[in-house]
Write a protein that binds this ligand. Structure first.
Ligand SMILES: NC(=O)C1=CN([C@@H]2O[C@H](COP(=O)(O)OP(=O)(O)OC[C@H]3O[C@@H](n4cnc5c(N)ncnc54)[C@H](O)[C@@H]3O)[C@@H](O)[C@H]2O)C=CC1
Ligand SMILES: O=C(CO)COP(=O)(O)O
Length: 297
């Protein structure tokens, strides 16, 4: 919707039967500048393709369609770590489409806000500085401001890891542990995010930008966030709609494996992994976090 302000956009989906009013984006009518198609070869004629799939669906999608997407500019919006390969979306794309230029678009941005034309700032990450600069210009609009970086690992890990911490923040609020507990989770969670990302080759300053701290702040403080709401339901012991995309749940499991492998201490993420697979109660999680050995900040 935002990019159609710059010119014609083709929107591909497996099922376009819902027409210009997608139930996943209530209250938004797709503008006429958007052409809808369920024909992937037709849509994939474009030079730049934005892939807006859940992180755990991207690998399967690429297994079916990678050959059609190669040698393009491929921009992923997914915020997660693939559970089977333990890599982010940019690696999945680069492996499946070796001749493509891969980029990541991430940062604090609820789809509903962008579709309403509200001002939003994002990070465009591309290892190739020239391609990154061109994408930054092509994908910015008067209300969608893109900052660029070449640190793809840092940008995509910021987006993936903040979802895990947002679940923990939601648990704290849902369980009635209070705003102070949430602030502690956000801050110590940010330390965990930066620690793992640095071990995996990211620049710490990327994590302090829009894609990390920016998105962490948004997602841990807004009930618009599905990850936060899922955590809230967990904390309050209430049911949650299983059809809702909650990237942080699978990513917490991937992070648990990665952090063990890297020898990286991530107690909040580990707690989220155990809460989401029901192997720990909220009371036990809170008690365990508070009774860890005292340490330097
Ligand atoms: N919704 C939001 O505000 C934002 C979402 N993101 C990220 O974007 C990614 C996608 O999120 P949403 O669009 O919100 O998720 P969603 O679950 O609302 O929509 C994903 C769409 O992908 C489709 N899909 C799933 N598997 C597919 C496949 N194999 N082939 C074709 N289509 C397939 C689904 O049918 C669904 O329509 C996630 O990683 C999310 O974290 C990033 C920024 C904001
Ligand atoms: O990533 C998002 C905002 O930047 C969307 O967050 P949720 O997936 O938690 O709704």
């Amino acid at each position: 919707v935002a990019l159609s302000a710059n010119g014609p956009v083709t929107l591909w989906a497996r099922d376009t039967g819902w027409g210009r009013a997608n139930p996943r984006l209530p209250g938004v009518t797709l503008p006429d500048a958007i052409r809808l198609t369920d024909d992937l070869p037709d849509a994939a004629r474009a030079d730049t393709l934005l892939l807006a799939l859940p992180a755990q669906a991207l690998g399967g999608f690429l297994a079916d369609h990678a050959a059609r997407l190669d040698a393009r500019h491929l921009v992923s919006t997914a915020k997660g770590i693939d559970l089977s390969k333990l890599t982010g979306p940019s690696t999945l794309l680069a492996e499946a489409c070796p001749r493509a230029t891969v980029a990541v678009l991430t940062g604090p941005s609820f789809a509903a806000d962008i579709a309403r034309g509200l001002p939003t700032a994002l990070t465009l990450a591309c290892a190739d500085p020239e391609a990154g600069r061109a994408l930054q210009h092509d994908l910015s609009t008067p209300v969608l401001r893109l900052y660029r970086t070449t640190d793809v690992t840092g940008a995509e890990l910021g987006g993936a890891l903040k979802n895990v911490i947002a679940i923990a923040a939601g648990v704290a609020i849902g369980a009635g542990l209070g705003d102070s507990a949430r602030a502690a989770i956000v801050t110590r969670g940010f330390a965990e995010m930066t620690r793992l990302a640095a071990r995996l080759g990211a620049r710490p300053e990327t994590l302090a930008g829009l894609s990390g701290l920016g998105d962490l702040t948004l997602t841990c403080t807004s009930v618009q966030s599905r990850n936060f709401r899922y955590g809230q339901a967990l904390g309050a012991r209430q049911p949650f709609d299983a059809a809702t995309t909650v990237e942080g749940a699978a990513t917490a499991r991937a992070v648990a494996v990665l952090s063990r492998r890297m020898g990286c201490d991530m107690p909040i993420a580990a707690m989220v992994a155990r809460l989401t697979d029901n192997s720990m109660t909220v009371d036990d999680a809170a008690q365990q976090l508070m009774t860890r050995p005292l340490k330097e900040e």
